[in-house]
Design a protein around this ligand. Sequence first.
Ligand code: SP5
Ligand code: ZN
Length: 335
Amino acid sequence: MKIFYSSLQKKHVIKKEVYNGKAHPYNDKVTRVDSILKAFRHAGNYEIIVPEILPYDAISNVHDEDYLHFLESSQNLKNDEIICPYVFPCDNRISRHEPFIPKRAGYYCFDAGTSLMNNTWSAAVASASTAYAAAIHTKKTGEPTYALCRPPGHHASKNMFGGYCYLNNAAIIAKYLLKSGSVMIVDFDYHHGNGTQSIFYDSSEVFYFSIHAHPLVEYPYFTGFEEEKGIDDGVNYNMNVPLMPLSSPSEYFKALLNGMNKAFQVMEPDYLILSAGFDIEAGDPIGHFNISIADFNRLGREFRAMNKKTIILQEGGYLVSALGGNVESFLSAFH
Ligand code: SP5
Ligand code: ZN
């Protein structure tokens, strides 16, 4: 199987995140990448391809120009300098002054747990490039592909970063693939993909399906409820399946397959983009769905059986010791 990865993605290094007023170790660790690559090396039958940098248009089709300029300006930070947003313009989202780094960074962000450093932009572009190269390959050959995206993407909206995400990799390739067919994004990260949902909320072009921990009790708290079904042209093209933390794998599979059956009644897509969050894994430090390594293989087989042109994008997954094995178990169902 062809997998797409660029080492630039490892240059984004954030040490801490704010949670409950305290600094905790950042969950999106660089060693996540090593864990996955090691599992591929061990299995042997994976070919790693370094992507070309994607066309800027592919990014600006999804994200606002001012947001992109802001993210790009983070390259001017000094080594070891980070920007952690902490003031957010909630009621009236306007900035009377240029939202320059650092004090007004909250203009372009929705949580205090995600920071910027000088390599964030190049890593995020490299991450989107891996997704884009995978999409090109699947489009050309019909083969399933995997993009080792880091930083992840599904929390990023057209003009805000958060949840360790800066550029929405799934949305970027969805827009590209739309030129040659219909697209469904299936997001099985433990957290609701608020960014992806918002980008396609008023559109019937891309169906967004997400199964995730219930936002009543888990991040991102404000979106991911069942009643969010889309607006305008997008009505019925958004489907959320929230489950309470500690739901069992059998409840998980039942809810997933039942939900996807309903989704396929609305759209039978040519392309399936998987926002593959492995933070549903047993023992994940921030996810609580207890999906085992064997369950991941079953999950892969279920998606494989849907028989669509499939691009798999890495999203979350934070138990570094298990992540690689879980990713490989999932992918092995595709070849
Ligand atoms: C892509 C992705 O999975 N982003 C997830 C962002 C979640 N950020 C909030 C994490 C809250 C961590 N809570 C720690 C509890 C420690 N007991
Ligand atoms: Zn997640």
